[in-house]
Every structure is written in structure tokens, then in C-alpha cells.
Design a protein around this ligand. Sequence first.
Ligand SMILES: [Zn+2]
Length: 104
Amino acid sequence: MDLFLYLVLAALPVVLYVAISILPHMIRRTCPECEKRGLRWCSESKGLFFEEGRAVRAHRAYYVCEKCDQAYVRRNKGDYEVLSSESRHQYIDDTGKDKSKPKK
Ligand SMILES: [Zn+2]
């Protein structure tokens, strides 16, 4: 076998690992509000959250729709819930975004 084939075979697991870890964040999901494929993953947090006076171990992922600008939180891979404006400032980084775009 020649050297090129060895290099391709050696790099293949790394390329697959990077592709598998990046692709889910690049694919746009359907927004519950406008029903277009514009939902962009922004951030996620895992750990203990205080809900209704007790600590709960949970996973939360935060999304923004690039079509209608609605922000969502997804708890434990459940349904998308609309994020309040206070939580949006806390969990979603809107810096660098074009502020001239009209907000809904
Ligand atoms: Zn939308």
C-alpha cells in the first residue's frame, strides 16, 4: 500500500469525528413559530437547575430562529419553549448580530 492511502486511512477517524460533532449544530431545524428551517443552536447547559423550589438535574439547549428571531429553550430534548426576554439576554449572545433587522 502506498503512503497516501495510509495517510487517508489514518485521518479518516478524525474527519468523521469532527463531521459528526459539528454537523448537528449546522443543520437548521424547523421553527415552531414560522415553520421555516431557521432554528440555529446557540448554546447549552447541563447540571443542576432550581425549578419550583427543588434542584433538578437537567440539560437545556438554546436556539434562535434566523427567519423570525424567536428564541427557544429545549429542556431534556423535549419540546421547544419560547424563551423570555430576560433569559434571552442571559443565555443567547446577540452581539455581532445585525441590529438594523426588524425585530418581531
Ligand atoms: Zn421562526
